[in-house]
Write a protein that binds this ligand. Structure first.
Ligand code: ATP
Length: 270
């Protein structure tokens, strides 16, 4: 199952319409879609297409979704790996996985390589006690840097990475020609929460009294992932009560349940 985690390549059917809100992030990523679709338009004039962009923001705000949407919009393959998969790797394995991933990506270019939780491998080097696992993390990071420098600027491989801890990343990752662009993905405001509810209410059988703007008001501080969760949970609660449609009270119970979960999580952190 390891192999599945790493070499995930898929043709994605997510596009920008599936991503609610996040207008600024989408606008910046639109440019990357253009680079993927019509590289010559940019390179003919001698321009260098950026190699990557870093998506920065709290958990569940749609970073993975956005990266997939870029691949979907440009209609190119999507390769993904997660930094956390590398944490407990045997010596040499992490680096060779990175090498393999980029080899495949170059063969399939134009394409997107997505690295989720890049902070797990990209934490600043030499700041934590030197242990075996840590050295391996450094090897993996060094291999990633080597790969990014190794392929030509106009290879057609664009790397998107996501983190909620840009502050702890090794500066080397942010140097020109690497992740020199940062795209901020913030928690949704009330208007965006309504839009996210609109997306996730669509597949449900709803009572007429269920309104996205009401739900948006009930959910300050919720991420897109929390909202998706509320909608699913509400449907399950309604089904448990043998209902034919999902009602407002089911949503309110779901919100309570998720608020409870969030509070617990915050208590553990603080
Ligand atoms: P993490 O940092 O935890 O990996 P993330 O920022 O990558 O989170 P996603 O995995 O993209 O978050 O979001 C999880 C799910 O939440 C998505 O699959 C989607 O169902 C929902 N979601 C999040 N943001 C949005 C959004 N802006 N519009 C619609 N759905 C969203």
């Amino acid at each position: 199952s390891r192999a599945k985690v790493f070499d995930k390549e898929s043709n994605i059917n997510v596009n920008f319409l599936d991503v609610a809100g996040l207008a600024e992030a989408k606008q910046e990523l639109e440019e990357i879609v253009e680079f993927l679709k019509k590289p010559e338009k940019y390179t003919n004039l001698g321009g260098k297409i950026p190699k990557g962009a870093l998506l920065v923001g709290p958990p569940g705000t749609g970073k993975t979704l956005l990266a997939k949407a870029v691949a979907g919009e440009a209609n190119v393959p999507f390769f993904s790996m997660s930094g956390s998969d590398f944490v407990e790797m045997f010596v040499g394995v992490g680096a060779s996985r990175v090498r393999d991933l980029f080899k495949k990506a170059k063969e399939k270019a134009p394409c997107i390589v997505f690295i989720d939780e890049i902070d797990a491998i990209g934490r600043a080097r030499g700041k934590s006690p030197s242990m075996g696992a840590n050295d391996e993390r450094e090897n993996t990071l060094n291999q990633l840097l080597t790969e990014m420098d190794g392929f030509g600027t106009n290879s057609g491989v664009i790397i998107l990475a996501a983190t909620n801890r840009a502050d702890i990343l090794d500066r080397a990752l942010m140097r020109a020609g690497r992740f020199d662009r940062q795209i901020h993905v913030e928690l949704p405001d009330i208007k965006e929460r309504k839009q996210i509810f609109d997306v996730h209410l669509r597949p449900l059988k709803l009572s007429e009294e269920v309104k996205a703007d009401f739900l948006a008001k009930q959910t300050p501080g919720f991420s897109g992932a929390d909202i998706a969760n509320v909608c699913n949970e509400a449907a399950l609660i309604a089904a448990r009560g043998d209902k034919k449609i999902v009602e407002k009270e089911d949503f309110l119970s779901a919100v309570d349940r998720i608020v409870g979960g969030l509070e617990k999580k915050n208590k553990i952190i603080s």
